[in-house]
Design a protein around this ligand. Structure first.
Ligand code: SAM
Length: 200
């Protein structure tokens, strides 16, 4: 049967903690697959904030969302805000009322998997760690961050190590971190998830 892919497992862990009406963040919108998943999960009463620094990514995401929600009346659509900014600025860019009440944040690191994309635009350790740190602050107690990391990409190993070290350095009284990885394939993508403690 095999084990689930890192992308499938990330969505599955998110789905266990994200509910209709909730607020969620896609930190790397890309082609919008995760943005759509988050929007469908929170439904019409929920809100999604999706970040990407690459205009093509936000275009792809907007097209996907338009196609998905085309038949829905305005009142049936979740609120989705696309932000052409680095996720490193998420704390200052999200409205104050959602701070501390975000249920889920998804990161899918690396480059945009699109033939027209500039594949030199990849996520980097400094902005990723800044965003993870801010993301943990934005989460509600019991909320979750997932990060799919790609040690096999150019520059990816350094970022994967930075994310792993960051997760390992978090106080267990603040959050619990887990890693899902194939030890026989060190270059394969892996998943890190961080759940904020209900009481800290
Ligand atoms: N989840 C996406 C999907 O469903 O297609 C895939 C994301 S792709 C692997 C990584 C994305 O991160 C790229 O679109 C890239 O432009 C974006 N990115 C790179 N640096 C970023 C940053 N500092 N802030 C936000 N997005 C960034």
């Amino acid at each position: 049967m095999g084990f689930p892919s890192v992308l499938t497992l990330a969505q599955s862990w998110i789905a266990q903690r994200l509910f209709p009406g909730d607020v969620a963040i896609d930190a790397t919108a890309g082609t919008g697959v995760d943005t759509q998943f988050l929007a469908e999960t929170v439904g019409p009463r929920g809100s999604i904030y999706a970040f990407d620094i690459q205009p093509l990514a936000l275009e792809r995401t907007a097209d996907r969302l338009d196609a998905r929600f085309a038949g829905e009346a305005g009142s049936r659509r979740p609120k989705i805000v696309l932000l052409a900014h680095s996720h490193a600025h998420m704390l200052e860019l999200l409205p104050p009322e959602v701070q501390g009440s975000v249920s889920a944040i998804m990161f899918n690191l690396g480059y945009l998997p699109d033939p027209e994309a500039d594949q030199r635009i990849i996520t980097g350790s400094d902005s990723t760690i800044a965003a993870l740190t801010d993301g943990l602050e934005l989460l509600r107690p019991g909320g979750i961050i997932t990060a799919v990391v790609y040690p096999g990409h150019p520059g990816g190993a350094e970022e994967a190590d930075a994310v792993t070290d960051w997760a390992a350095s978090q106080s267990p009284s603040l959050c619990q971190c887990v890693q899902y990885r194939m030890p026989q394939k060190q270059g394969a993508p892996f998943l890190i998830a961080i759940e904020k403690r209900r009481q800290s």
